[in-house]
Design a protein around this ligand. Sequence first.
Ligand code: DP6
Length: 418
Amino acid sequence: MAEKWVLMVTAQTPTNIAVIKYWGKRDENLILPINDSISVTLDPQHLCTTTSVAVSPTFTHDRMWLNGKEISLSGGRYQNCLRELRARASDVEDEEKGIKITKKDWEKLHLHIASYNNFPTAAGLASSAAGFACLVFSLAKLMNVKEDHSKLSAIARQGSGSACRSLYGGFVKWIMGKEENGSDSIAVQLADEKHWDDLVIIIAVVSSRQKETSSTSGMRETVETSMLIEHRAKEVVPRRIIQMEKAIKDLDFPSFARLTCSDSNQFHAVCLDTSPPIFYMNDTSHRIISCVEKWNRFEGTPQVAYTFDAGPNAVLIARNRKAAALLLQRLLFYFPPQSDTDLNSYVIGDKSILQDAGVHNMKDIEALDSPPEIKDSTPMQKYKGDVSYFICTRPGRGPVLLTDETKALLNAETGLPK
Ligand code: DP6
């Protein structure tokens, strides 16, 4: 048989934002954390990774392309994921194409992987989480790995810790586990994306000039030098996990918001307690926190929760559409776009929030009134250009296979990037 065939699978996987943070490992190679964490999966329509994986007897070695550029697969994290998947591969048969791959063949066959993020990688929006989750999910489908999503999450975890939480939609818990081999360090779904339908998420992509410390080295330095981290992992997080699970189950926004904000602030506090200290938030991040805190206090009950990962971007979770529209008015009031910016590219994602906020053009932004909670305080300042853009989104679904061939990133005949 002239073995010229190419077998391909394409999948789409969301990114996620932690509301109880993962920070610190007890095993660097297996990526085992020092505490449980909880995240919200973001709608893949606005933020996701698409990955096509292909196998063919004509491929000479494993290759990967990220956003169109070939990257090396020699890193330990990629190698660990590929090894774990190959060990679990099963027979695959495609009668139509006359393809038969046995379990043993997978050890010798080579793979092509092409991955694309629908958001700028440079924006620092957890691209590795969606990326590794998508790599593992799509390869598991291609290789007929007969394991459930939790087992797959333990493989994605070895690519990047936070990636394990992207195997599910809605609200997800990463259980730290106890086993030395990491077999019980897995993600489980707490509730699906329909459970808390009201929530609206606005991400402020904050302009920043400096290159941040990577999560991997940042958390290593924290574990090595911070005295606070142990207290956080042993005393604080276990209690917060229980409270957060209950808040999500009961759709209790005030508790959800208080826990989310406190946990983000404590994560940044342990970064500051690291030697040398790590600063992920900048002045703009701090101003966004103040804006939300003032408004929440003024209303008497939280309208919005904020959370920040290893960078200055703010992820703001509003209790409902009405609160999201009022939040967007405030954000546009304090952080108006540069005069040469087009509103259409300044607020992206679910633009209906912009309509709800009554903002249709630049004039509407200029006409925004100062929020009532700061009416009497002087002087009032605006920070034009300090936010690059806003993304309006919501909690979303987990990974899916894409059957539409036009969505594939690899050519079905050659297995090379399109
Ligand atoms: C601040 O998952 O990027 O976003 O496991 O070393 O790849 P590695 O780190 P990564 O860390 C994410 C840290 C965080 C908090 C979180 O997502 O829980």
